[in-house]
Ligand binder design. Sequence first.
Ligand SMILES: [Zn+2]
Length: 207
Amino acid sequence: MGTLLAGVESEIELHETVPMASDDIRKHSKDWMQVVTRPLDSSPVAPELIMAPLNAHEQFVRQAIALASQARGEGNHPFGALLVLDGEVVLTATNSVITDRDPTAHAETNLIARAMRHLSPDQIGRAVLYTSCEPCAMCVGKIYWARIRSVVYALSAQELAVLAGPDFLVPCRELFLRATEAVAVIGPMLVEEARAVHVGFWTKPAA
Ligand SMILES: [Zn+2]
């Protein structure tokens, strides 16, 4: 576990909370978690899963956004996701709803399908899912039933709805809160970068 809150600026904007100085995240980890989970202070949090320095989260979120860009380049919807295990990216996936002619082939569902084939249940339980956009209701269900218990996303569903139009829009935390087991959620993060990959893609106006 390192030090490090160098990349915390984006969270400050979102949550209007000044986190502690950088040098001892373990000592202040509770405060820090409250910062990153502030939109739902009452939500259950799995502390051991959320304990990564924010700049590490940003690094992986940025990779998920790059995957979203890749998906768009391949003719699919601009979404990407990856799974990190013990600090390393172990699996990546992109949206493939067009090329697979499967409206359920979201980046997260594709990622989890791969995880089921390649990882043990224990590994999946310890992994963190990073995604370029807040998981939809379908993906929240798949994440939960796959026993992934830590999720970090970039663009919020609400922000996406501004670009793509609102459809089946449910904040992921609302759904995870209905679950028996806690799922730690961090986001939104790197919103401007996450939005950029969608600009000019969606033709459906927001309602
Ligand atoms: Zn989805």
